[in-house]
Write a protein that binds this ligand. Structure first.
Ligand code: PEP
Ligand code: MG
Length: 957
């Protein structure tokens, strides 16, 4: 319901022209405290992109998506102009409904409005009303919606009697949540009424919460071709009666079309199509809405335009809901569908050229109807695959006592017997005749899997593990997954097959995403899927040994790790996965050495053979010789000693033997981990990846939300410890749902980092305001990601200069991240303007060596110790020294055991690393002499390859 109060209604307004009226609309929203004054400007901006005239004398001005930051609370104001005014598109407007919406809530508002405005006489009533109460009454009518979709329809069930079919259809309504158990009793107590042509009807209103139509057709037609069960609201008003009548008319329409005898040949989708008025000869096209904010006014207008250009009438409905097909050429009807991102639209048309017309519409919807859209899995096009696992044959195991190099994922070294985790085989029937009990089995398995996860989360007691498992819980709760599985079950799949089809389709869509981090979540989905499948098939995961071991797996899922006793797992080796996969992240947070992406041959290793794992170098050696084993044991003992020493001295500063102090900070993506970082000896946060805060919210976090987040870090840091916050680094490979970027061929070379942020200056402005507000005079360092030259820095700094004027007594420094080679090459031109440089070696290495940093096969070669990268670091340090700036390194290289001395030798002042690594990095620095390492570093610069650099460093250690 719209929460309207009388102060939302401004009666009897007058304006010189539409501009004047629009200014009044903006002021009304501002006065109401719904928006910042800047929102008013965006009403004009939006109008310049296309009129917001809706029809019936009503315009609905609202801001552009970019202006959502100015919205404080979603709401609307209604301005009545009894004399009318001419809108800029020539239409006459007597009502302005101006909307402030922080995200897609306005879609709801629009849907409600169109519903109301569609009713005869309402628009005129609103324009003529002389008191606010009448207007509120007119606008506040809640829409009554019907249900007639895949959840309420059961096609070709193995039941022949009409009473049995009525019971099936009634149960469908019960399971769809539109009626309670009393309804089933009421329906079963009645005799179905014949409509003719073997169609039967029963109706009831006991326990009904929403008007709905249940349908069941038999697999074999006896005396019934279909039974319809109509659910009426017990206390229906006129609007509800209209809706119920609409449902009945659908049934009568089928009867009149003469199609009744053939109903039992149709599948669920076709059956709904017929009930929605689509004839057997109609062309039908299903296509999902991809727009971030659904079919709001602008894309809807575009759709209507394209529909009108076709020579045939085109109808459209939502696949889920009331099967209410409307004309695609009517703007109010299309908006009234309230279609959200991800929902399936079903278009239909009949006659010559229908297929071509639908294709044009489908292409337009897929490409965003004039808006930039993110790709979205369209399950109507997806081909499901089976999980039934054939026994697999892998390449021969790696040779004994031979080093196998792969991707280093988590530092540390261990020797232990291997345990190869081979995925269990799931064998199950593909099909089932009894969709009701299959659905029950599925629901029970999901519930059990959920319960297991809850227990594991409790046992994990916070931390990364708990976070990932909670994400698994969320995945299990996803109604779309269950719906997709139920859809397949309703069409004859077994619970196992239906569930795995849903998981597989969704995981493949995820894996296809451009962002590698998001793509790697496909493994999580399959992990969740296997958990449920295991419950359905009564198969449990293989039992690990009860002694220490190195876990070898294809691509271990987080919940597999969670089930294993981490005290006994001494190392992780996976066939698949990159350094950013969850297994790698978990291994790092648990402090377990890990090597990933080693190839399938490791799955042929025999259980129980000994293996050395070196997570620092990304190397494993199966069945090592005695000599190699002795060397590894020495290295392990030395490391253990160093770790213990490092932990004891973690709060001491990191000072070299010749008295040079290097600051060691922590890299964070979550401000709630700041206290833990301090506890591990971090002297500040050297890199706050603020995009993770944005990614954790469904819409851009507003000022207050951000202030709360950043404050949490400042408070944990206490006085004196600085917070280096990187401004939002999204786009390209790291998309934000609510900030769509058009697909790019090379996302790493596209709209990302500061390039994207400068396109949305108000986001940058709010973020800087939030950071400075949260700092309350404590040391804040702000840095911009992916800067390529001083011009970009100046553009970002101009916003900062504006914002900082609002504050007194700040302690802020401004810097840039050196991640793009041009930034290092031009450091001399930047240094006079910045306070500091922070070298992001992850990106600097990928751009210098032209190797995708997450590439499963090549990322091992993206080595930050490459002399080309070292030369760029030296250039940056030299430029900084000449202008009195400080230089930090916040990429992964800063915690690489071999790199710490090199970086200190090159003259950097600060290292920022994973919090777990802080004590060790500090300890390593304490063993260095700055003078010595700087002479050595100089010599390294003349070498030709990363391997030569590593060899030289190893020889000196
Ligand atoms: C880097 O590129 O080194 C860096 C620290 O930034 P990110 O890894 O978040 O891209
Ligand atoms: Mg980076």
């Amino acid at each position: 319901m719209l929460e309207l109060t009388s102060d939302a209604v401004l009666l009897d307004q007058s304006a010189d022209d539409w501009r004047d009226a629009l200014t009044q609309a903006g002021s009304a929203l501002t006065r109401a405290g719904l928006v910042d004054p800047a929102y008013g400007q965006s009403l004009f901006q939006r109008e310049s992109e296309g009129s917001t005239y809706l029809g019936n004398g009503i315009a609905i001005p609202h801001g552009t998506p970019a202006s959502r930051n100015y919205v404080k609370t979603t709401g609307l104001r209604l301005l009545q102009y009894p004399d009318g005014l001419e809108w800029h598109d020539g239409n006459r407007v007597s009502l302005i409904i101006t909307i402030a919406a922080a995200n897609d809530e306005h879609l709801d508002i629009l849907r409600r409005l169109t519903h109301v405005l569609d009713a005869p006489g309402v628009a005129e009533g609103l324009a003529a009303a002389d008191n606010a109460a009448d207007i509120i009454a007119l606008l506040s009518r809640a829409p009554v919606q019907a249900r007639l979709d895949r959840a309420t329809v059961a096609a070709r069930v193995p039941v022949a009697s009409r009473e049995g079919l009525a019971a099936v259809a009634a149960t469908r309504l019960y399971e769809a949540g539109v009626a309670g158990a009393g309804f089933i009793g009421q329906i079963m107590g009645q005799t179905p009424v014949s409509l003719g042509d073997k169609l039967w009807l029963v109706e009831g209103s006991a326990d009904v919460t929403q008007p709905a139509l249940g349908v069941a057709t038999p697999a074999e037609v006896g005396d019934a071709a279909a039974v319809f069960v109509l659910a009426r609201l017990p206390h229906a008003d006129e609007a509800a009666d209209d809706v119920t009548r609409g449902l009945l008319e659908r049934v009568l329409g089928v009867l009149e079309s003469g199609e009744a005898p053939r109903l039992a040949q149709l599948d669920t989708g076709q059956l709904i199509g017929r009930l929605a008025g689509e004839s057997a000869g109609a062309e039908v096209l299903r296509v999902r809405v991809r727009n971030a904010h659904g079919l709001h006014a602008r894309p809807a207008k575009n759709l209507v335009q394209i529909a009108r250009e076709q020579r045939l009438p085109i109808r459209v409905r939502l696949e889920s809901g009331g099967a209410d097909a409307v004309s695609a050429a009517s703007l109010t009807k299309v908006i009234g569908l309230g279609a959200r991102r991800g929902q399936m639209l079903v278009f239909s048309a009949e006659g010559e050229g229908a297929a071509t017309a639908l294709e044009a519409i489908g292409n337009a919807v897929r490409s965003g109807l004039g808006e930039d859209v993110l790709p979205l899995e369209d399950t109507s096009e997806a081909r499901p695959s089976r999980n039934k696992t054939e026994p697999r044959v892998y390449a021969p195991a790696p040779a004994a006592d031979t080093a196998l190099d792969a991707v280093a994922a988590s530092p540390g070294m261990a020797i232990a017997p291997v345990f190869v985790l081979r995925l269990p085989e799931f064998n199950y029937a593909d099909t089932s005749d009894d969709s009701i009990s299959e659905r029950k089995r599925l629901d029970a398995a999901i519930r059990e899997a959920y319960g297991q996860l809850t227990e594991l989360i409790q046992a994990a007691d916070g931390g990364d593990m708990a976070e990932i498992l909670s994400m698994h819980e969320e995945m299990l709760r996803d109604p779309e997954l269950r719906e997709a599985a139920v859809e397949a079950i309703n069409e004859g799949a077994s619970a196992e097959a239906g569930w795995w089809q849903a998981i597989d389709a969704s995981a493949r869509a995820q894996a296809a995403l451009a962002d590698r981090i998001l793509a790697e979540r496909a493994a999580d989905l399959r992990d969740v899927g296997r958990r449920v499948l295991g419950r359905l098939c009564g198969v449990s995961m293989p039992e690990p040994p009860d002694h220490p071991y190195i876990l070898v797996a294809e691509d271990i899922g987080p919940s597999d790790v969670a089930q294993l006793d981490t005290q006994r797992v001494r190392g992780l080796l996976t066939a698949k996965g990159g350094a950013t996969s969850h297994s790698a992240i978990l291994a790092r947070s648990l402090g377990i050495p890990a090597v990933v992406g080693a190839g399938e041959s490791v799955l042929s290793l025999a259980d129980g053979i000994d293996m050395i794992i070196d997570g620092e170098r990304g190397r494993v050696v199966p069945q090592p010789s005695d000599d190699r084993r002795a060397r590894a044991n020495r290295a392990i003992a030395e490391r253990a000693e160093l770790e213990a020493e490092a932990f004891t001295a973690r709060f001491e500063p990191a000072v070299t033997t010749d008295n040079v102090r290097i600051e060691v900070g922590a890299n964070l993506g979550n401000t709630s981990h700041a206290a833990d970082a301090v506890e591990r000896g971090a002297e500040g946060v050297g890199l706050l990846r603020t995009e993770f805060i944005f990614m954790a919210h469904p819409a851009a976090p507003d000022l207050d939300t951000q202030v709360t987040e950043y404050k949490r870090a400042f408070e944990a840091l206490g006085p004196g410890r600085p917070l280096v916050a990187r401004t939002l680094d999204v786009g390209g490979d790291k998309p934000l749902d609510y900030w769509p970027v058009p697909p790019e061929d090379n996302p790493f070379l596209g709209l990302r980092g500061i390039r994207l942020a400068l396109n949305r200056p108000q986001v940058l402005e709010t973020q800087m305001r939030a950071l400075i507000t949260a700092s309350e005079g404590r040391p804040l360092r702000i840095m911009f990601p992916m800067v390529k030259d001083v011009a970009e820095f100046h553009q970002a700094k101009a916003i900062y200069d504006r914002v900082v004027q609002e504050f007194d007594g700040v302690d802020v420094q401004l810097g840039v991240m050196v991640e793009v080679p041009s930034c290092a090459l031009l450091a001399e031109t930047l240094a006079p303007h910045v306070d500091f440089f922070s070298i992001g070696t992850n990106d600097l290495t990928q751009y210098t060596l032209a190797i995708d940093r997450g590439h499963p096969r090549l990322s091992g070669q993206a080595d930050g110790l490459h002399p080309a990268v070292l030369r760029l670091i030296l250039m940056t340090v030299a430029a900084a020294e000449a202008h009195g700036c400080w230089v930090g390194v916040c990429g992964e290289l800063a915690s690489d055991a071999q790199a710490v001395g090199v970086l200190v030798g090159l003259g950097v002042h600060e290292l920022s690393v994973n919090a777990r690594q802080v004590p060790l990095v500090k300890a390593r620095i304490r063993r260095l002499s700055q003078a010595e390492v700087s002479t050595r570093a100089e010599a390294l610069l003349s070498l030709a390859t990363a391997a030569e650099v590593r060899e030289a460093v190893e020889a000196e250690q």
